[in-house]
Design a protein around this ligand. Structure first.
Ligand SMILES: [Zn+2]
Length: 449
């Protein structure tokens, strides 16, 4: 499945051997079917990652604590502060594991260094060092008020069983060289050190892109979820062919997208035409109901019992089911929108969460809208679609799409919008979608006066 990724930090875009400019960040995810031996190696790599992350966190925490004590005692810390940069973390860990530092581990026979370091690809340690440095940077930026969003605490130690087992391997090969991460055939992915791993699911699209020089893979992240190992291949791809980006056969006017109450999304244009209504809310709600059952069943079990282990794995499976169902449904909606429209108007999600009834629009539904917004944001760039977010004070549900009259109250159970001024009777979600389609910053300025 092709999804978006965080853009790589690079100033000039890559150009492949076929002359393609690779500037579109992408991620492809596949389920893996590793051998028992590979499973063992994956688990050891995930353990090594936790080990390296904890090594850095413990070092930084000890340093901070020492300095805090010194500051309290003498007013000025004597111990120098540690560098938290990614490079210094990588260098420190390499020296430490190779036995070059004073505090490096030492075996009984006098051999210095981490005894099991050669069993693990060096990349696992390096990417763990990078991740630890990033987590600390997030915490420090958050403390200084340099980071948006919810405040970030000191990174948590990666405890076994508490964090998702995961590690990352980089594709160090440049363009045109034999790639360290590559498909050896239709069903096998070659990874550095690990070798060929069996891949489940269709790989044709990604293989063709690689062959045509339209994709370059930066790294492979392996993650165990619900007992299954997945690989995410992150890289950059060429922009779509102009024919795919052409807006010729798409809806020319702005399209409003409203989160419906019984449907996932309702789309309408400025003329008041219903373009599409996507079902799927019931499916999501059923999945959530089964999830709740599994949570209750887990709560009834005895800690440490066999039943608890079983209940836990069932709960994990159901969590995954909800997430996958949501992602699948929302991909259908977002793909339809970016291939059928030229410009989209969405509601501001912060206000949408406040206005709509919690019991009607469940948390699952909220999460689906968040995911839809995320997917639209990256797919819109691929297809050249313009996306606008309606002002948070815009009452898309309460406004009459016929005459512009704004109701002061609209009960949440009301399925049909009936206007008292112009006698318009219209489906509530369609009415909201039409209003969103017509929304412009100017419109709001005039309607508020
Ligand atoms: Zn009206």
């Amino acid at each position: 499945m092709e999804t978006s990724a965080t853009p790589p930090r690079r100033t000039s875009p890559l150009v492949s051997r076929t002359g393609e400019v690779l500037s579109r960040p992408v991620t492809f995810q596949f389920a893996l079917d590793p051998t028992a031996e590979q499973r063992g190696l994956f688990a050891r790599c995930a353990g090594a990652r936790r080990f390296a992350v904890n090594h850095h966190l413990a070092r930084v925490k000890a340093n901070l604590d020492t300095r805090a004590i010194e500051r309290a005692e003498t007013g000025e810390p004597v111990t120098p502060s540690l560098s938290w940069s990614k490079f210094s973390f990588i260098n420190e860990f390499n020296a430490w594991k190779n036995g070059k530092l004073d505090d490096s581990p030492e075996a009984d026979d006098g051999a210095r260094g981490l005894s099991w370091r050669h069993e693990i690809p060096g990349d696992v340690f390096e990417s763990a060092s990078v991740d630890a440095a990033q987590a600390l940077a997030n915490w420090s930026d958050s403390k200084k008020g340099k980071r948006r969003g919810a405040s970030v605490g000191f990174p948590r130690f990666a405890a076994k069983g508490k964090v998702v087992p995961s590690f990352r391997l980089r594709n160090r090969s440049g363009l045109g060289e034999t790639q360290a991460v590559r498909f050896s055939d239709a069903t096998h992915l070659r990874l550095p050190v690990v070798g060929a791993v069996k891949v489940l699911g269709p790989t044709r699209q990604v293989r063709r892109m690689l062959e045509a020089g339209r994709l370059h893979i930066y790294s492979a992240t392996l993650t165990e979820r619900g007992g299954r190992w997945l690989v995410s291949l992150t890289g950059v791809a060429a922009q779509f062919h102009p024919a795919r980006r052409s807006t010729r056969d798409r809806h020319p006017a702005g399209v409003g997208v409203d989160r419906g109450i019984t449907s996932l999304a309702v789309c309408a244009d400025t003329e008041g035409t219903l373009l599409a209504a996507f079902e799927g809310v019931r499916e999501l709600r059923n999945a959530e109901a089964r999830l709740t059952c599994a949570q209750k069943a887990l709560a009834r079990t005895t800690p440490g019992s066999k039943g608890r282990t079983k209940a836990k794995s069932r709960l994990n499976r159901r969590h995954r089911k909800v997430a996958l169902t949501r992602r699948h449904l929302v991909h259908q909606v977002s793909s339809w929108l970016v291939t059928h429209c030229t410009s989209l108007v969405l509601e501001d999600l912060n206000v949408a969460g406040m206005v709509k009834n919690r019991s009607l629009a469940t948390s699952v539904h909220d999460a689906a809208m968040g995911e839809l917004s995320r997917q639209i944001a990256y797919k819109a760039k691929w297809y050249g679609v313009e996306v606008t977010y309606a002002d948070r004070f815009f009452a898309s549900s309460k406004t009459c799409s016929g005459c512009g009259e704004v109701k002061s109250v609209l009960s949440l159970g009301t399925r049909i919008y009936v206007c008292a001024s112009c006698d318009l009777s219209i489906d509530r979600d369609l009415n909201a979608a039409i209003n969103l389609a017509r929304w412009t910053p100017v419109l709001r300025a005039t309607s508020s006066t």
